[in-house]
Design a protein around this ligand. Structure first.
Ligand code: DQA
Length: 148
């Protein structure tokens, strides 16, 4: 059976392609979604790709998620949201945290990540490619779980 991986994106990521392009590049979120869909296909995975600017909506999606794993770029909520951390802790699926930029090279407030406290691993600084790296990491994690 094909596993589904949820890929949830937080605030302002809908603006990718036009927002601070010197940091985030020129790919739109739709470009990233289609690249993820094609990589997922090769890994025998399905994706459920979403974006919201609303913290409560992200918490609800994490609570109700039926996927085998979650790739999460929580945007600025990464650095502020105990609510998202609590939702992640309430759901046992593996989480891979993604950021387009290298958050450790930027303002000091971006170095703290609540998401990291619940994530199996973190990929940051590789731009849109980070999402497909995360899909490969997730495929390995899910495969290891299935192995007898
Ligand atoms: C981001 C990094 C966050 O600090 C920022 O608030 C974002 C995007 C990234 O993908 O690099 O919105 O998550």
């Amino acid at each position: 059976m094909v596993s589904t991986v949820a890929i949830f994106n937080g605030p302002n990521l809908n603006l990718l392609g036009t927002r601070e392009t010197e940091i985030y590049g020129r790919d739109s979120l739709a470009d990233i979604e289609s690249e993820c869909a094609s990589v997922a296909d090769g890994l025998d995975l399905e994706i459920d790709f979403r974006q919201s600017n609303d913290e409560g909506k992200l918490v609800g999606w994490i609570q109700e998620m039926c996927a085998a794993g979650l790739i999460l770029n929580a945007g600025a909520y990464t650095h502020t949201s105990v609510a998202i951390l609590d939702a992640l802790r309430a759901n046992p699926v593996p989480v891979v945290e993604v950021h387009l930029s290298n958050i450790h090279q930027r303002e000091s407030f971006r170095r703290r990540s609540y998401v990291s406290l619940a994530a199996r691993g973190v990929i940051c600084g590789f731009g849109p490619h980070g999402y497909t790296l995360a899909l490969n990491a997730m495929a390995k994690l899910l495969h290891a779980r299935k192995a007898p």
